[in-house]
Design a protein around this ligand. Structure first.
Ligand SMILES: *[C@@H]1O[C@H](CO)[C@@H](O)[C@H](O)[C@H]1NC(C)=O
Ligand SMILES: *[C@@H]1O[C@H](CO)[C@@H](O)[C@H](O)[C@H]1NC(C)=O
Ligand SMILES: *[C@@H]1O[C@H](CO)[C@@H](O)[C@H](O)[C@H]1NC(C)=O
Ligand SMILES: *[C@@H]1O[C@H](CO)[C@@H](O)[C@H](O)[C@H]1NC(C)=O
Ligand SMILES: *[C@@H]1O[C@H](CO)[C@@H](O)[C@H](O)[C@H]1NC(C)=O
Ligand SMILES: *[C@@H]1O[C@H](CO)[C@@H](O)[C@H](O)[C@H]1NC(C)=O
Ligand SMILES: *[C@@H]1O[C@H](CO)[C@@H](O)[C@H](O)[C@H]1NC(C)=O
Ligand SMILES: *[C@@H]1O[C@H](CO)[C@@H](O)[C@H](O)[C@H]1NC(C)=O
Length: 539
């Protein structure tokens, strides 16, 4: 085998029928090592314990752990990937189906019922904020590539398919700005993307798009209109758009969305969706500390029907997926029914309802099902979540497993109540959970230490992967009949994928599990410790 070695990275490749791992040293001396086919492409986690209740996996410019490829197996076999607090990260084993449960009493049988179907999955992902993309680009080129691959690559990553893009500045920026800070520019002649878009967000988005095999569905969200369009003449605090629906400021703000889409399109970046406003209720709070703009359900409805909807249609963006709310589910189903019920004009422009997780521990998830039942033609998508957001909490907790469990609990609750996908907040933050100009630092699934040119994959990253990697767009949730009431400590969900395969995702300490697919048989396994498990089979 002859190959030129790239001195700055470890790469693996297929050679003939076997696999060869090529390790390239800095002086371009190549060590060629033949490994077992089953493990050849897996690079294990380099664990580091920061004493916060778990460990991270350390990546740098030349190394990042990967998972064993999930190649299609013959009927009768299943691939099982497990992550646990004690040490496993996407550990794969192959299991065989048997004709019967190996437990004579048929205890603990979980039956997958493909004929009872629920929602179609849109995807999983995170946000390309100023902070996230600045952190990513603060690394050396090799480490940048490894980080973006960790999220988007089919061979090295967890294949995110959703990307949220703030339209202008938010708290996760290093300054306050909008795309048109020239007072009274109602024609938006001075509208321009910012340095943050050109230098950070767009390059990282493009690199993600290049690496990804799946389509990345991007959606934009604004935090505030320019101060001159607002009643309080400020990006922050309590304030709304001046005037009312149909007035010049409302029209200008709708045209701002069109300009945003046009300018990104010129850079080669197309959007799948938009939310009408990030957290519209923030802007109703006096002294709200970072960019916000207030709406009620009624003012959002009227602005969409008289301004935003028609402006998008006229500019050729009529097929973009427009989402309302983009705030806590505390406001459901009332917000959604006010905007969409009874044949409002807004109803024909809107496609979905976006929810944030921040009050989920206080508001039962069944409000999501009530919303779906009231408005079955509109999807519900989870568009923001992060850990460490309460003021009294530690911001970054490197390696903490419990924070990851809370992610999986919330994703499970959401998916059980018709939600079509789940979007993490910043893709990457620095060691103190920033940068954030408003000192609103939080945690993230990947933390960057630019001084060491390293990044840390938190347990939250792996939890996200147990869903994102295995559930491409178009997967459909199906019923699972389990031996217990589904609860936060022990649950299983199953999905039917567009390629005909089946996926089951489960969490908890199960002891003996007998997963039953009536078309194939039983998979019997024993799980002694707490953990998250994803199983895929091709019936
Ligand atoms: C990158 O990580 C690998 C694996 O831990 C290690 O062998 C290598 O020395 C690291 N490179 C640098 C520059 O720290
Ligand atoms: C599954 O079946 C294959 C082929 O029959 C066999 O080689 C393999 O050892 C079995 N695996 C397990 C975990 O029993
Ligand atoms: C779905 O399939 C299962 C098992 O194959 C069967 O027992 C059940 O009656 C079916 N339910 C419906 C609603 O068709
Ligand atoms: C906007 O509000 C902040 C916080 O209340 C205040 O410090 C700042 O001076 C205000 N800016 C303008 C332009 O009024
Ligand atoms: C909307 O339609 C245009 C033109 O037909 C197409 O290029 C674009 O991909 C569509 N966008 C979405 C989000 O479907
Ligand atoms: C829809 O109309 C019905 C009947 O007029 C009314 O009772 C209900 O409150 C309306 N719902 C909304 C959300 O406006
Ligand atoms: C992270 O960003 C904040 C700004 O929010 C900055 O003050 C801090 O120094 C940065 N931390 C590191 C470790 O770079
Ligand atoms: C069933 O099979 C699993 C996996 O081989 C094994 O761990 C478990 O002990 C078996 N259970 C019984 C009751 O034999």
């Amino acid at each position: 085998m002859v190959d030129w070695c790239n001195s700055s990275r470890v790469s693996s490749m297929m050679v003939g029928s076997g696999r060869v791992l090529v390790l390239c040293a800095a002086v371009a001396v190549c060590l060629v090592q033949h490994l077992q086919p089953a493990t050849a492409e897996r690079k294990p986690c380099i664990a580091k314990d920061f004493q916060h209740g778990g460990f991270v996996c350390v990546c740098n410019a030349t190394y990042c752990d990967t998972m064993e490829p999930n190649t299609k197996l013959p009927k009768g076999q299943a691939a099982m990937y497990v992550s646990t607090p004690s040490g496993k990260r996407f550990e794969k084993i192959v299991l065989n189906f048997t004709a019967k449960s190996n437990d004579s009493g048929d205890y603990d049988v979980w039956t997958v019922m493909k004929n009872i179907t629920y929602q179609k999955i849109k995807g999983f992902g995170g946000a390309f904020t100023d902070a996230a993309t600045m952190n990513i680009l603060s690394l050396s080129e090799g480490a940048q590539k490894n980080l973006i691959s960790a999220y988007f690559s089919p061979t090295e990553g967890i294949e995110y398919t959703l990307g949220r893009v703030p339209m202008g500045g938010c708290d996760f920026s290093t300054r306050e700005y909008t795309y048109d800070d020239t007072p009274d520019d109602l024609e938006l002649t001075k509208f321009a993307l910012a340095e943050e878009d050109m230098k950070y967000k767009i390059p990282v988005i493009k690199s993600a798009m290049q690496m990804s095999e799946r389509k990345i569905n991007l959606f934009g969200s604004p935090w505030t209109a320019p101060a001159w369009m607002k009643t309080n003449n400020n990006d922050t605090g309590k304030g709304t758009l001046k005037g009312k629906a149909g007035d010049p400021y409302h029209k200008a703000w709708a045209n701002y969305f069109v300009k945003f889409l046009d300018e990104y399109k010129k850079q080669g970046v197309d959007f799948w969706g938009l939310t009408a406003q990030n957290e519209p209720t923030d802007g109703e709070i006096t002294h709200f500390p970072f960019q916000s703009m207030g709406w009620t359900a009624e003012s959002q409805r009227d602005w969409i029907s008289s301004d935003l909807g028609p402006a998008l249609d006229k500019a050729g963006y009529g097929n973009i997926s427009l989402m309302i709310l983009d705030d806590s589910r505390l406001w459901l189903p009332g917000w959604a029914t006010s905007v969409l019920n009874n044949g409002t004009m807004a109803a024909k422009y809107v496609d979905g309802i976006a929810v944030h997780w921040y009050l989920d521990q206080f508001v039962p998830a069944n409000v999501l099902s009530f919303t779906h039942d009231d408005l079955p033609d509109y999807f519900v998508l989870s568009t923001e979540a992060c850990q460490g957001f309460f003021p009294w909490e530690e911001k970054v907790l490197l390696g903490n497993w419990n924070r990851a469990v809370e992610y999986s609990t919330d994703i499970h609750q959401n998916l059980k109540h018709w939600v079509v996908g789940w979007t993490d907040w910043n893709l990457a933050l620095n060691m103190t959970g920033g940068p954030n100009w408003a000192n609103n630092e939080v945690d993230a699934a990947i933390i960057v230490d630019s001084k060491k040119d390293e990044f840390y994959k938190q347990p939250m990253y792996y939890i996200m992967g147990h869903f994102s990697k295995f559930l491409p767009e178009g997967s459909v949730r199906v019923e699972v009949k389990g031996p217990y009431e589904d609860d936060e400590d022990r649950w299983m969900m199953a999905f039917s994928l567009p390629d005909g395969s089946m996926v089951a995702i489960m969490y908890g300490e199960f002891y003996d599990v007998h997963l039953h697919d009536p078309d194939v048989g039983f998979i019997n396994f024993r799980q002694f410790e707490e953990g998250i498990t994803t199983v895929q089979w091709w019936p």
